[in-house]
Design a protein around this ligand. Sequence first.
Ligand SMILES: *[C@@H]1O[C@H](CO)[C@@H](O)[C@H](O)[C@H]1NC(C)=O
Ligand SMILES: *[C@@H]1O[C@H](CO)[C@@H](O)[C@H](O)[C@H]1NC(C)=O
Ligand SMILES: *[C@@H]1O[C@H](CO)[C@@H](O)[C@H](O)[C@H]1NC(C)=O
Ligand SMILES: *[C@@H]1O[C@H](CO)[C@@H](O)[C@H](O)[C@H]1NC(C)=O
Length: 226
Amino acid sequence: MSRSLILLTLLLVLISAFASASPHRRHRSRAPHPRLSSVADPISPDVWCLTFATDESDAEPIEIEISRALAPLGADHLYALVNEGFYSSPAAFFRVVPQFIVQFGISGSPELNTKYGNTSILDDPVVASNTIGTLTYATAGPDTRTTQLFINFANNSFLDSQGFSPFGTVVNGLNTAINVFNPTPNNSDGVDQGNYTQFGQSWIEQQYPGINSITGAKVQTGSCAK
Ligand SMILES: *[C@@H]1O[C@H](CO)[C@@H](O)[C@H](O)[C@H]1NC(C)=O
Ligand SMILES: *[C@@H]1O[C@H](CO)[C@@H](O)[C@H](O)[C@H]1NC(C)=O
Ligand SMILES: *[C@@H]1O[C@H](CO)[C@@H](O)[C@H](O)[C@H]1NC(C)=O
Ligand SMILES: *[C@@H]1O[C@H](CO)[C@@H](O)[C@H](O)[C@H]1NC(C)=O
């Protein structure tokens, strides 16, 4: 292949990767938005530290400092999800797009998905920017945030104008997130979200040997210890 053809191919691969690479809960070509019922959550602390343990070997936990002021409804909902045990079952990193994002927040427990996956919160205005290490909800359109989140691996500030409202920053363990196993290196959409939602952890572990998951989450009031 000539050098220019290689470059063109690379460019096309990059363009196609980004064309479909918005942190949407489902691929856009899929059916109508799920029917969601809206909830209001108790108010969370102004600042709190979220720790995700993972099954990645020799990796430090991912610690994320949440600032409620940046996206109050999003912060309150995640605080409630953690406290109610949404992460009491493993939750896989089911979509990894190098240099872009890692997406997670479907439970390996179909029961927990049924309980929490159909309940949405209203949008928060975008106050912060989707820069490297920030935590943001994935959506399927306006007012459809449920349980899915992503961590930005780059300065993805182009997402700000699309309504993606960051509300936390990874302060420890960003490399843990960056190094998770990529189940679909040739597909920026990640695994089939419907199948993982429905068939759970045994399905994803069988389909994608080497998959990494969140194995627990805890919250603490105040800043993360540095
Ligand atoms: C919504 O609830 C239905 C059962 O009522 C369940 O099959 C489905 O997986 C849930 N949706 C999500 C996104 O978890
Ligand atoms: C992110 O990128 C935008 C657009 O290029 C730029 O204006 C902004 O300063 C960048 N932010 C950081 C933290 O690098
Ligand atoms: C991804 O694509 C490359 C190049 O086409 C191929 O060699 C590789 O086996 C593919 N990997 C997977 C997991 O499909
Ligand atoms: C999802 O599950 C359906 C039903 O079992 C199956 O036909 C389909 O191949 C699965 N898709 C993927 C990508 O695993």
